[in-house]
Write a protein that binds this ligand. Structure first.
Ligand code: EPS
Length: 386
């Protein structure tokens, strides 16, 4: 079983996670993870904080000489900004630093509900962990998961398909091409024209003191048939992947394969016909199911699209109420980003990679990577002759 917990405040000392269940004998270096941490920090529309941080992971346990030990892996990502927040965020008892106390909740943020739920009179106590800074450590966890998946030929890709209503055209591109081209784009959009229009839209939002959301796609290539199960509701991989994506800050919807469009069509236009060839076994002509049937992978690429709402912190703030005085106010203006859809795609890859690795460990798990590989190979031989 794979599991992890994370902790860390956005302006605290750093972010930390303990990941358990990765088999022994998996080659793993900080470089594998730092690449994704750096990809997450990029993207047109990010704010000033990203000029302060330069995220990299430190392993505190579970790895020796570039190889996993089969023991819990502790990952740490430091917050450089901590230097500027030491007094404000100090764990030791003391008076609050009054100018940094937040009392005006931002509509759309965890601010108000979090303050009432946990009885905080300083909203900073809420926003620090609710912050999307947490996604840095989730990307680090996803990096470990991706290393495990790679041993089984499974790759996880993402790209931006929409920002603020501007849609990219992906016609004629393979997944690999779309991903490669997205990596060249400052909004992680595979198409040059769409990319330029998205940048323009973000510039427009910035000018107005506004923010923008969008849609990103995550694709898992080469998953084995049979991960997840229909046998119990919480083992359905479709639900687990949707939960993972919806657990990212600011996400408002997930589509699988043809998604919402399939609700507007006849069944005959939706379902992927089954064929058989001696050399390849069972094959499909289309992939409208997005690689999942009955909550189980069917061997086709997994296709997931996630909608992100615009960021809640606006430079032209909306109406709110001060939680101390109960007087109408404008919501707090915090330093913030304008659009983080490009970064969200990288986070999407990470959370999907984690769920896929968890499902892989459940099905083929062993204490060592070799044991997992033996289980995987014998199962694949079985599927081939079915
Ligand atoms: C965030 C607010 C901003 C973002 C932050 C998420 O931070 P700050 O308030 O320090 O300017 O930069 O994102 C990150 C730090 C990150 O690493 O992605 C928020 O309130 O969610």
């Amino acid at each position: 079983m794979l599991r992890y917990l994370n902790g860390g405040e956005s302006h605290g000392k750093g972010l930390i996670a303990v990941l358990e269940g990765i088999p022994s004998g998996l080659p793993l270096t900080a470089a594998d993870i730092n690449r994704d941490l750096s990809r997450r920090q990029k993207g047109y529309g990010r704010g000033g904080r990203m000029r302060i941080e330069q995220d990299h992971v430190e392993f505190w346990s579970g790895i020796r000489k570039g190889m996993t030990l089969g023991t819990p892996i502790t990952l740490h990502v430091a917050n450089r900004d901590w230097e500027n927040w030491k007094d404000i965020m100090a764990p030791e008892p003391g008076p609050p630093v009054t100018e940094k106390v937040v009392t005006c909740p931002r509509p759309g943020h965890a601010d108000l509900v979090g303050a009432i739920k946990y009885n905080h009179r300083d909203i900073r106590n809420v926003l620090e962990k609710a912050s999307a800074r947490e996604t840095a450590i989730r990307v680090a966890i996803g990096g470990v998961a991706k290393r495990l998946l790679a041993e089984f030929g499974i790759q996880v890709y993402s790209f931006t398909v929409e920002i603020g209503g501007v849609k990219a055209s992906l016609k004629g591109l393979t997944t690999e091409q779309a991903f490669q081209q997205a990596e060249e784009s400052e909004v992680r959009c595979p198409e040059a024209d769409g990319s330029a229009r998205m940048v323009e839209r973000i510039r427009e939002a910035k000018h107005k003191g506004d923010t923008l959301g969008g849609v990103f796609e995550v694709i898992v290539m080469n998953p084995p048939l049979g991960l997840g199960s229909y046998a119990q509701w919480d083992r359905r991989l479709t639900g687990r992947l949707a939960m993972a994506l919806m657990s990212i800050q600011a996400m408002k919807g997930v589509e699988v394969g043809m998604g919402f469009e399939s609700a507007r069509k006849f069944g005959s236009e939706v379902h992927d016909e089954i064929f058989y060839e001696r050399s390849t076994g069972f094959i499909r002509g289309t992939n409208n199911a997005g690689g999942l049937e009955g909550g189980i992978t069917n061997g086709q690429p997994i296709v997931l699209r996630t909608a992100m709402k615009p960021i809640a912190t606006l430079y032209s703030p909306k109406k709110s109420v001060d939680i101390q005085t109960k007087e109408p106010v404008e919501a707090t203006i915090e330093r913030s980003d304008i659009c983080t859809v490009p970064a969200a795609g990288v986070v999407g890859e990470a959370v999907v990679a984690y769920e896929m690795a968890a499902a892989l460990v459940e099905k083929f798990g062993g204490d060592t990577l070799d044991e997992m590989r033996r289980n995987y190979d014998s199962y694949q031989a079985y599927v081939k002759q079915f």
